[in-house]
Design a protein around this ligand. Structure first.
Ligand SMILES: [Zn+2]
Length: 396
């Protein structure tokens, strides 16, 4: 079994960026399954001679959600300083919050529910890593001293546990110079089973209109894209939809053509795991299946291009990975190559939704049906003729 023993030292330092943690990293191997990486702090002083296998690396805050922090792993100088098992990876560490599952349970849940649904080259891969308490303490110290404006305001008190902990190494889909990334949430790629037969809006467009009437607007809403257009049988409609997502010509064409089998597989899974619709779910088995469907309706597709510029207007795409920190992935797998351009597509954000959301999902669905949002027959004071949804625009 491969083990990685990064060793923070007296050179473990907090620079102007308080979560930029410099440390020494070692890779070793022990025989056990599953592979389990170890990051630890042996408290070596930088002045002490270091064995050849220790490498100087940097861990740095990238982003956070409700349950996990994401850190980049980079070599301090020479790219070869980063052990090969860490190259192209991000470090994902669970927060110390009551509702957050430990990393090994997060990984088991992911593998049990989503591990076999998609080709391995089209999914964000994860493996376990163990982090020593001294490294965790240094990261916590850095988090506590970050500028409040650089973290989500409602999450400023979130920290890591004060102990050894497990985390995950996940595929790094951030970008380096010369790379372009687009990330999108495909949302509901099919109509809701509970929608009226005379609907003029799909589930996603109905919810967008409903939110707009309440003066709410998510980032997905702002794009004003109908998910049904993303997998429409007419390639002209698909190209038009993706043109609203990215100005990069090669990424647009990849999404409209090469990514179609993956998007259609995603749609099939969304349909298969929710045959009855949210309002028809009763049994425990059906609720578990619905949680998988709802997760797949909220996942993210990351598409990254290596190589020459493909933008019509010379501008980079606006939808970069959260956090904006960029770095290269050494190996691009399972992508499509066009000339000097190689494109890689992976699904991520597949953290299983919990059954506790069921009442909210049912209430939302009932509101969409009762309020006439599917049929564009909402209250006259709120009504806007639908101009975005494929069900209204081309009547399909
Ligand atoms: Zn729609």
């Amino acid at each position: 079994m491969a083990c990685i023993s990064p060793q923070a030292s007296s050179s473990t330092s907090l620079s102007s960026n308080p979560t930029r943690l410099v440390m020494f990293v070692k890779v070793s191997y022990v025989g056990a399954y599953p592979p389990y990486f170890i990051i630890e702090n042996n408290d070596h002083g930088e002045h002490q001679p270091l064995a050849a296998e220790w490498r100087k690396c940097i861990i740095e805050y990238l982003d956070e959600g409700g349950a996990n922090f994401i850190f980049t792993l980079r070599p301090a100088s020479d790219p070869l300083d980063l052990p090969s098992r860490l190259r192209g990876k991000l470090l994902r560490l669970p927060k110390s919050l009551p509702h957050v599952l430990p990393a090994d349970e997060q990984l088991q849940t992911f593998r049990r529910n989503f591990g076999n649904l998609f080709p391995v080259e089209h999914i964000i891969i994860a493996e376990l890593v163990r982090v020593d308490h001294s490294v965790v303490a240094a990261l916590n110290n850095g988090l506590a001293h970050m500028q409040p404006s650089t973290r989500p305001l409602h999450r400023l008190t979130d920290l890591l546990p004060d102990s050894d902990m497990a985390g995950q190494l996940i595929t790094d889909m951030t970008t380096a110079p010369g790379q372009t990334l687009v990330q999108l949430k495909p949302k509901w790629l099919h109509q809701s089973p509970n929608a009226p037969t005379n609907s003029r809006r799909c589930r996603t467009c109905a919810l967008r209109a409903y939110r707009a009437a309440k003066r709410e607007r998510t980032a997905s809403d702002a794009q004003e894209i109908c998910p049904l257009a993303l997998i429409h049988g007419d390639i002209t409609i698909r190209r038009h939809a993706f043109a609203q997502i990215t100005a990069d010509r090669k990424l647009r064409e990849y999404l409209a053509v090469d990514a179609q089998p993956l998007l259609r597989e995603l749609r099939e899974c969304q349909v298969d795991f929710d045959e009855a619709g949210v309002l028809g779910v009763e049994s425990e088995t059906a609720i578990k299946s619905l949680c998988k469907a709802m997760t797949l309706r909220d996942c993210t597709l990351y598409v990254r291009r290596n190589g020459e510029q493909g933008s019509d207007d010379g501008s980079d795409d606006e939808n970069y990975a959260a956090g904006g920190s960029k770095r290269a992935d050494d190996g691009v797998e399972g992508g499509t190559s066009e000339g000097d351009s190689t494109i890689e597509a992976r699904l991520g954000d597949l953290d299983l939704k919990l059954p506790g959301r069921l009442d909210y999902w049912k209430r939302t669905e009932q509101d969409l049906v009762d309020g006439g949002w599917y049929t564009n027959e909402e209250d006259a004071a709120l009504r806007t003729p639908e101009t975005i949804c494929t069900l209204s625009v081309d009547g399909s």
